[in-house]
Write a protein that binds this ligand. Structure first.
Ligand code: ATP
Ligand code: MG
Length: 449
């Protein structure tokens, strides 16, 4: 007996809308030459070939796409035969990467409907897989996509845009609407909630009310996603150039607390009546840097995310009698240890975060040979930027940050002068030795006068 566990595929062909070339604004001049080569080559070999996903969505907005994804009815082996510069990746669902120097065009075969839910699989009576239609048709492929605006296909055959889900109308209305029932789609893959936030912020689109409602209901499900995937998504979210807005929106939907629980907790506790501003400022700075075309590093931002939790924990430890250095060390271990349960953090990232943190107390040493040693530390610049951030938000002395700013600019001679302990004329007596904070160790100078 053959049992089909396949759901009915929605009869969508009748609903398809085709926007001919004059009815949309995508011109080939905006499309990467390599992507065009791939599309034309597939077509020449007798296959259907489309651009799909984010690139079509972005092209319709007149924006330069991050990358170009191609879909076709050619199966991976057929794709491989068409392109010499091609590698197949993935196991069950194989994708082709066509390489052109540094640019890679991803070519996927249409996916079968509900491939993940196994509803397209045909089992025998022992439950063994007889047929597993991983690959499908364009009509099936469309239902596997998340938002309607991500499910528009640009057909190389006639330069039309093919739309099965009213994505074009949503695109015009700047709306993110999930294909199908929103709650079901979020349950299938809770990462779609993060994608919703990312696209809403990046494109300036609003979430469809049904999508919003489902998000409030499904936010908690995000915690079931493997931490490595959440780390990747967190990077995309916060290195987008719109980190501050993203942060606010994630908090609004209760998603931020799943990604960074300790940070969320620290934000709700005010510090002597002041909200904690360091993270906000860090996000703002990073957006400004991106806008200026400067680089933003993940570890710096993550160090800012976890700085308050580390401080809070360290203070608890110090209150129990632990010395400052140890307290910070242990607090950093604990906070990182807890964070990696939510978002994995690669070792090189946690090492860099720790370095940025551990440099902070070292900036207090302004005299003697310590400053010149500190400045040659490989993480000096990041550490200094972090100090500035703290100074801007009430967590460090602004004159200290200014001193380090000046010290970096100074020539050797000036630097030597700057690091000399200040001497007071003391009737021939040598100046008192100063500790690393620059405070006099002895009694008050007033007494000596
Ligand atoms: P961008 O590349 O600009 O970040 P994108 O929409 O191209 O955005 P990708 O992650 O490159 O995003 O995915 C390409 C396409 O694959 C999407 O547009 C969407 O159609 C589909 N897709 C990606 N991830 C998912 C998902 N989790 N659920 C459903 N469809 C997805
Ligand atoms: Mg993409």
């Amino acid at each position: 007996m053959i049992t089909s566990v396949r759901n009915e595929v929605e009869p969508v062909a009748s609903k398809v809308k085709i926007y001919a070339r004059p009815e949309h604004n995508i011109s080939r001049a905006q499309i990467s030459e390599n992507a065009l080569k791939v599309l034309y080559k597939l077509q020449k070999e007798g296959f259907d070939a489309y651009l799909v996903g984010g690139c079509v969505r972005d092209l319709l907005l007149g924006r330069e796409p991050k990358d170009f994804d191609v879909v076709t009815n050619a199966d991976p082996e057929q794709i491989r035969k068409v392109f010499r510069n091609c590698r197949l990746i993935g196991r069950r669902f194989r994708l082709a990467h066509v390489h052109f120097g540094r640019e890679v065009i991803e070519v996927a075969t249409f996916r079968g409907a509900g491939e993940e839910q196994n509803d397209k699989q045909v089992l025998n009576k022992e439950g063994r897989l007889l047929r597993d239609n991983v690959y499908g048709t364009i009509e099936e492929d469309v239902w596997r996509r998340d938002f309607t605006v991500n499910a528009l296909y640009y057909n190389i055959k006639d330069f039309s845009v093919v739309d099965y889900v009213d994505g074009m109308a949503d695109h015009k209305a700047s709306t993110l609407r999930l294909i199908g029932d929103p709650l079901t789609r979020f349950r299938e893959d809770p990462v779609r909630m993060l994608r919703a936030v990312r696209f809403a912020v990046k494109l300036g689109f609003k979430l469809h009310p049904e999508c919003e409602k489902a998000m409030h209901q499904a936010a908690e499900l995000l915690s079931s996603i493997p931490s490595a995937r959440l780390y990747d998504e967190a990077l995309k979210l916060f290195l987008s150039g719109y980190a501050l807005q993203t942060f606010e929106m994630l908090r609004h939907y209760g998603l931020f607390q799943v990604l960074f629980p300790a940070t969320e907790n620290s934000l709700s506790i005010e510090d002597n009546g002041f909200p904690r501003l360091l993270l906000i400022k860090a996000l703002e700075n990073s957006d400004n840097r991106m806008a200026e075309g400067k680089t933003v590093t993940a570890y710096f931002l993550l160090a800012a995310f976890l700085w308050e939790p580390v401080q809070m924990r360290a203070k608890e430890k110090m209150a129990q009698g632990m010395v400052e250095f140890m307290a910070y060390q242990e607090a950093a271990n604990e906070i990182i240890g807890r964070q990696i349960k939510s978002t994995a953090l690669p070792r090189h990232i946690t090492m860099a975060m720790r370095e940025v943190w551990s440099l902070q107390p070292k900036f207090n040493a302004r005299f003697g040979s310590k400053p010149s040693r500190l400045i040659s530390h490989p993480r000096f610049r990041a550490g200094y930027d972090f100090l500035v951030l703290r100074a801007q938000t009430g967590g460090a002395d602004p004159t200290l940050a200014a001193w380090w700013g000046k010290y970096q600019e100074a020539d050797e001679n000036e630097q030597r002068k700057m690091t000399q302990p200040p001497r007071k004329p003391q009737n021939g007596k040598p100046a008192r030795k100063r500790n690393f904070r620059g405070n006099s160790k002895g009694g008050s100078p007033g007494k000596e006068a």
